[in-house]
Design a protein around this ligand. Structure first.
Ligand SMILES: Nc1ncnc2c1ncn2[C@@H]1O[C@H](COP(=O)(O)OP(=O)(O)OP(=O)(O)O)[C@@H](O)[C@H]1O
Ligand SMILES: [Mg+2]
Length: 254
């Protein structure tokens, strides 16, 4: 929360999205402030990835409005170029490129100065604890290392906003625990805004300033605001965990 400025960076205003007859998002209203880390939880099919698609502009809504830094992401691609980075469950690394070359990709697409690209990529690999792995190819990296490369690539373009869909969920528990700790620290340190989707309540509790539990068709079933005092209070965290589990697990639409 240290980096929050109070300005709204993301806005979903009464958004409805249908796929044919199927309502995937039903009059959803949700805001994210600058510098906030927000987690989206909810059962499979709740509409989490659809919400992420609406935010990144790959899906346009049928009703309502989506705003990212004041722009409509499905129309104003150009205005948002370089401001937003995404990382998905599947790491989407290029197998014919080494780790450092994969991190360079986003900067190359955005025409960063040529002499800045390599040092910046190497520095981000160091920040995600992958120094020494720069020249390894994707098949030589573990799943956790690949996720780190993917995150380094997302962060290297210095985006204002990071959108992560299940980026931590493929990993074993210990790897994902270390990675999400490092990641939350980096996001806070550099003042980024982040929305991430996860299936794990613990991920959300550990990293997020705010948690939304979505229920199909994507509507906010529960909203939780967390601060450092909450995190330091195990009984309070256990209570919140239970509340979230109940919200995910029950309901007329499940
Ligand atoms: N392109 C599409 N065409 C048709 N239906 C879709 C499409 N994308 C999503 N849906 C439907 O919209 C609903 C929400 O899907 P979405 O992928 O957003 O869920 P999710 O919360 O991300 O689920 P998961 O946890 O499994 O990733 C689902 O019922 C899904 O079948
Ligand atoms: Mg999904």
């Amino acid at each position: 929360m240290a980096n929050m400025t109070g300005a709204t960076l993301l806005e979903l205003d009464n958004v409805t999205k249908r796929f044919g007859e199927h309502v995937a998002v039903d009059h959803l209203t949700m805001n994210v402030q600058q510098g906030e880390i927000v987690a989206l939880l909810g059962r499979t099919g709740a509409g989490k990835s659809t919400v992420m698609g609406l935010l990144m502009g790959s899906i346009s809504c049928d009703e309502g409005g989506v705003r990212v830094a004041g722009h409509d992401p499905s129309r104003d691609f150009q205005a948002l170029r370089g401001k937003m980075s995404v990382s998905f469950q599947t790491d989407r690394l290029l197998p014919w490129r080494s780790a450092v070359e994969n991190v360079e990709l986003g900067m190359q697409i955005l025409n960063f100065p040529k002499d800045k690209i390599r040092p910046t990529a190497v520095e981000w690999l160091r920040r995600v604890n992958l120094n020494g792995a720069e020249d390894k190819y994707v098949h030589e990296l573990s799943g956790g290392m690949r996720q780190r490369v993917s995150l380094a690539r997302a962060l290297a373009v210095d985006p204002e906003l990071l959108l992560l869909d299940e980026s931590f969920s493929q990993l074993d528990h210990v790897t994902s625990q270390v990675l999400r700790r490092d990641f939350a620290q980096i996001v806070r340190e550099y003042g980024k805004t982040c929305v991430f989707v996860t299936h794990r309540i613990d991920d959300a509790l550990e990293m997020a300033d705010r948690i939304f539990v979505l229920a199909a068709p994507a509507r906010v079933k529960l909203e939780i605001v967390l601060n450092a005092a909450d995190r330091a209070n195990p009984a309070r965290m256990a209570g919140i965990h239970e509340e979230i589990a109940a919200a995910i697990g029950a309901g007329p639409d499940e």
